[in-house]
Design a protein around this ligand. Structure first.
Ligand code: DQA
Length: 148
């Protein structure tokens, strides 16, 4: 059974309240419940962590080494700024998928660049909460095909 760490960055604890026209009306807890069910159907066990602090997210990435098989991450605004999270993912070498609720490429230009994308297997953006499930399935398929 694959073990996946699901990380959410700053302001994602505010889902449901935060700009529902952009991010939808589901809370992070709703999304985690759906994802846990999708994980169970796919035979994966999931651990969840959210923080508004870059260093706390980084510590969690480091702690995933040797404990989890892959990472699903919505880095929030750190997507566009954090060389530290990018280097952290590269450090542990765990297959990682980047997820965004909104389509960052059709929003403000400062959202078009992801610091993390070059160290991720791929990126899913624009499908709302369903993107987490898509990302999880893509990550599990990758792990399976790479024999991990
Ligand atoms: C986001 C997109 C980011 O640009 C933004 O800062 C977020 C959420 C998304 O899920 O669409 O906090 O990662």
């Amino acid at each position: 059974m694959s073990s996946i760490l699901v990380l959410n960055g700053p302001n994602l604890n505010m889902l449901g309240i935060r700009e529902p026209g952009v991010y939808g009306s589901q809370t992070l807890s709703d999304i985690e419940t759906q994802l846990r069910e999708a994980g169970a159907r796919a035979g994966a066990s999931l651990s969840f962590y959210q923080s508004n602090y870059e260093g706390a997210l980084l510590d969690e990435i480091h702690a995933a080494y040797g404990r989890h098989d892959g990472i699903l991450i919505n880095p929030g605004a750190y997507t566009h700024t954090s060389i530290a999270l990018r280097d952290g993912i590269a450090s542990v070498g765990l297959p990682t998928v980047e997820v965004h609720l909104s389509n960052i490429h059709k929003r403000e230009s400062f959202r078009h660049t992801s610091m993390l994308a070059p160290v991720c297997i791929g990126q899913i953006a624009g499908f709302g909460a369903y993107g987490y499930e898509l990302g999880l399935l893509a990550l599990l398929r990758h792990l399976q095909s790479s024999g991990r």
